[in-house]
Ligand binder design. Structure first.
Ligand SMILES: C[S@@+](CC[C@H](N)C(=O)[O-])C[C@H]1O[C@@H](n2cnc3c(N)ncnc32)[C@H](O)[C@@H]1O
Length: 278
């Protein structure tokens, strides 16, 4: 689904949020020592640039991802870094690999968990991966009005055959009321102590439609399934529908393709501890 090099060249928004959150949680990250796990690491640059430098110097980190191309890309790119290793892992799987259970002192994850539908399974898995007393710092989308574009395009007869599973790619909290309350109740029920659980409005400015387009296409799961002669129309329709959910400004009167786009969306920031007694 993701192409590692394409994603790496269009993830400024995700990097911007990881930079802010890792700075805010710098003290907690500095206390992370021992064996750490990052979930949904993608190409690995967020771990390298924002997490690893802030971890306790004796910590090592296992980067994990459901996507084999992502795991292989990270392995190759960071093969000289003795503190990093890479493993394929689906955090939503009903059965975790036995050799990973209870093996981690800390778990981090940025911009991954909104790709999962069964959030109870996800949090049960994170709980099982941690050692007693271990902590986890997670940031993932609660909702983003941009996903409405998927629903609009999936209803169009020409795109419908390639977007039948559209629901699977819309965050589970997108249409949920009381999102923070629901998430907090879920993680407590799984057994975590909640040290922080917030749903925050965030914003990001794309300085041109081209930058927005690259960002949207780098995370689009449908376009690769379409016949090549449909893709250009799909891209245009997708960008148009996403842009309808954003705030357009700084228009250039001499060039209709030059403008800036303000995107507003909501992120969950969660910091949890597995109790010592469990
Ligand atoms: C938007 S990227 C985020 C990458 C990186 N953490 C960052 O902040 O730039 C999401 C990553 O999560 C991975 N992913 C999606 N579903 C997953 C799952 N169930 N288990 C593990 N990784 C998953 C994707 O393959 C992708 O590499």
């Amino acid at each position: 689904m993701y192409k590692p090099a394409v994603y790496s060249s269009a993830n400024d928004l995700q990097r911007h949020d990881a930079d802010d959150i890792s700075e805010e949680y710098g003290d907690e990250i500095a206390e992370m020592s021992g064996r750490c796990l990052d979930i949904g690491s993608g190409p690995g640059d967020v771990v390298i640039d924002f997490i690893l430098p802030k971890l306790n110097p004796n910590a090592t980190i296992v980067c994990s991802d459901i996507s084999e191309p992502m795991v292989n890309f990270g392995k190759e790119r960071y093969r000289d870094n003795g503190r990093l290793s890479f493993v394929k892992l689906n955090i939503e799987a009903p059965d975790l690999p036995e050799d990973l259970i209870g093996q981690f002192d800390h778990v981090t994850s940025f911009y991954c968990l909104h790709w999962c539908q069964d959030m109870r399974q996800v949090f049960k898995n994170i709980f099982r991966l941690l050692r007693p007393g271990g902590t986890t710092l997670l940031a993932f989308l609660a909702n983003n009005p941009g996903f409405y574009a998927y629903e609009v395009l999936a209803a169009m007869p020409r795109y419908q055959p390639y977007m039948k599973d559209v629901e699977r790619y819309i965050p589970v909290f997108q249409h949920t009321d009381r999102q923070r309350e629901t998430l907090k109740a879920l993680v407590k029920d799984v057994g975590f102590e909640v040290h922080h659980c917030s749903r925050r409005e965030r914003s990001y400015i794309f300085n041109s439609p081209d930058i927005l387009s690259k960002y949207i296409l780098a995370v689009n799961p449908f376009i690769e399934r379409m016949p090549t002669d449909l893709r250009e129309d799909y891209k245009k329709d997708l960008i148009r529908e996403v842009a309808k959910q954003k705030i357009i400004f700084n228009k250039n009167n001499n060039n209709e393709n030059e403008y800036s786009i303000l995107s507003r969306y909501y992120l969950f920031i969660v910091y949890l501890r597995k109790p010592l007694t469990k």
